[in-house]
Design a protein around this ligand. Structure first.
Ligand code: ZN
Length: 381
């Protein structure tokens, strides 16, 4: 096994492959600075191996699905609609006499920060949010986030809008697999730390690999109508990395993220590059959400090309669960070569090591492809 020497549990993510640098590479910069439409192209196929990325966007619904019974200590994961109730934000508001009846958190928070008089209340709320999410701990048994991380490869990207540290905690306990996807946090994350001086990112409560000082917590972006995604270096970098993947993406999965219409700027940043993706005509969108299909289709309509989309109610029904680590190959085989691969569904397991053992043959295939250019085995059904 190629990676046998590196099985020591890593407590930090220092690799540029995972966190990336804070400066876009030349290719990204060139792309982001040009507006021209690109000629339609095929995905990046090499024999039957598809090197185009699978991009997964996570919203609050995904963290709820990962912890249906609450986190390790029974804390509930909120979505925007029940955030005030679960985090007890009403108490803070009632104390100060601000009425919150019938308002959702997004509208309320936007009102608070738009009014100087209420700035200290907004700060108290931010503190409560950071504190609540900082205490969230992933359950011991494998969660959907473990399956998700293991279902993707290094070329792929998970972009999360969530503040909770569950994805990072899942990542950390699967680190021995090494061939894991990249991650970005579009609204900041309580589990992430940053050294401003050296521009290094890592886990919170760890040290900067350059100056060996503790990393600072990163800014969380709260729900105001017009978010600023460009002035903060880290936020801008995270968005650039998402955009760079989306413009080459072949699969785009949207998991539990249900407010694209409310976040005009986020929508625009994604749509702009998706429309310039030269394989968009052949690419596929999958929405994993418990909401009604027509509502979901409507919110993502601008992104969808013809009938190239699917909706499923939970992660177990998703393409990623049926074709772990091979989603882009299986899609290309089914749609471009008209030779669908048989499903290779994840098993239901009780421990992470069972899951790690199950993906082992897939990892070995990936090594063989990289070393000897051997195609994957499921070339024909
Ligand atoms: Zn440093």
């Amino acid at each position: 096994m190629e990676q046998a020497a590196i099985l020591v549990f890593s407590t930090r993510l220092t690799s540029a492959e995972v966190w990336g640098g804070l400066t876009p590479d030349d290719d990204t910069r060139r792309f982001l600075n040009t507006q021209e439409a690109r000629m339609p192209t095929l995905p990046m196929l090499d024999k039957n191996v598809n090197n185009s990325p699978h991009v997964v966007l996570l919203g609050a619904g995904a963290s709820v699905a990962a912890c249906l019974q609450g986190d390790k200590n029974g804390r509930r994961l909120p979505v925007m609609d029940n955030l005030m109730e679960i985090l007890g934000l009403q108490e803070i508001l009632e104390r100060t006499g601000v009425s919150c009846e019938g308002e959702n958190f997004e509208e309320l928070y936007d009102d608070l920060v738009s009014n100087k008089e209420y700035h200290s209340i907004a700060e108290d709320i931010e503190e409560r949010i950071r504190h609540y999410f900082s205490e969230i701990e992933i359950p011991d048994e494998p969660t959907i986030y473990d399956y998700l991380i293991l279902a993707l490869r290094k070329k792929d990207l998970i972009a999360s809008f969530n503040w909770d540290p569950l994805l990072l905690q899942a990542y950390r306990r699967n680190i021995r697999i090494q061939r894991l996807p990249q991650m970005v946090f579009l609204h900041g994350n309580v589990g992430m730390g940053l050294c401003h001086k050296d521009k290094k990112i890592g886990y919170i409560n760890t040290l900067c690999e350059e100056c060996m000082r503790p990393l600072d917590s990163v800014k969380l972006l709260y729900p105001i109508k017009h978010k600023d995604y460009s002035s903060d270096l880290l936020v801008r970098d995270q968005w650039n990395r998402l955009r760079n993947h989306l413009r080459r993406g072949y699969w785009f999965t949207i998991f539990g993220y249900s407010v694209p219409l409310a976040d005009v700027d986020a929508r625009k940043l994604m749509l702009e590059v998706w429309n310039r993706n030269s394989t968009r005509e052949l690419a596929q969108i999958e929405i994993i959400d418990a909401k009604s299909g027509s509502e979901l289709k409507k919110s993502w309509d601008e992104f969808i090309v013809r009938q190239h989309y699917g909706i499923c109610g939970d992660f177990l029904g998703s393409y990623l669960y049926q074709h772990p680590r091979r989603s882009c190959e299986a899609l290309a085989a089914a749609t471009l070569m008209l030779n669908p691969w048989p499903d290779n569904r994840f098993p239901e397991v009780r421990t992470l090591s069972e899951l790690h053992n199950w993906i082992q043959p897939l990892l070995e295939e990936e090594v063989k492809y990289e070393k000897y250019k051997e195609p994957f085995r499921y070339m024909t059904s």
